[in-house]
Design a protein around this ligand. Sequence first.
Ligand SMILES: *Cc1c(COP(=O)(O)O)cnc(C)c1O
Length: 345
Amino acid sequence: MPDAPPPTLKLDIDRQALANNWRTLDRLSGSASAGAAVKADCYGLGVHHCVPALRDAGCESYFVAHWSEVEPLLSIVPAEQIAVLHGPLTHEDVAFARVTGVRPVIDTVRQAALWRDGGGGPCHLMVDTGINRLGISPAEAGDEAVQSLKVEVLLSHLACADEDSDMNARQLAEFQQVIPHISHKKASLSNSAGIALGSDYHFDLTRPGLALYGGIPRTELAPNIRQVAFPRAAIIQTRTLRAGDTVGYNATFTAPSEMRAGVLSLGYADGILRAWGGGAFEHEGQKLPILGKVSMDMIVIDLTNAPELGEGDWVSLPYYLPDAARQTSVSQYELLTILGQRFAR
Ligand SMILES: *Cc1c(COP(=O)(O)O)cnc(C)c1O
């Protein structure tokens, strides 16, 4: 079979911006080092595009959620730098971790016993300090299976770091209380937003995700974090609408007068949801409003402001995450992770 013809969707990944964001977050982490949350295929941007840039920038600690996310990383970074946040649920998980050398994050007393009984070895330990997602409770710190672990990184995770919430200080205090009761090499509390909460929150290792990829969870980070992902689409058809013509599903746009429109081949499967209705693409600073609804995987745009554009020409979707999130009411996390596989990266 011949290679597929060139795609009509592109997601430009600015690797320099990504590397710059990691270096910035590492610097803002003070005496702690920054790691990187690379789960969900680097928040949708692609492990193969992002992780080499993070490695070359100096990152030495990577967090994924699922065991299935380990394999693509193993050819890029050393196994012992990879941590699996979900922890081992089964003997197969334990065996996989021991054979590959990746570090399980132990989340329950049961997992601690499973890991120990499967041969054990260096691991990380998550303590829940109030998010009630993953992790042992502080009260379980004295459990003998937990105490038997060779803990490299003792972790906890903040629930509200992107807000000025009392919860942050409460979680910090809980974490500080449990730290002396579990022997470990490093402690780690902060995600991207936590880094901006100040040095008390930094400990030895920080775990930014969102901000690496251009997300801005707290305004303190805005001056230093650069956009990384830039979606573009080719115009695959142009048409002239007559006054009274309607566009798209449910015919929600009616042309007030004759106008030129372009058809783009992207939509829900690409992560461009109906929430973008009322938004606009851009070409050289000119706004090209979306006409009607995003209709499955088609979007029609108004070409009035760029009459020179024709079939095969490219237009951009403004994807500066704080603005895009405000406009669509889709969170910055979701805006990244839903970008689909039909974008050539
Ligand atoms: C996803 C995740 C992170 C990264 O969080 P961001 O808010 O994206 O910076 C850090 N730690 C844990 C445990 C996570 O699950």
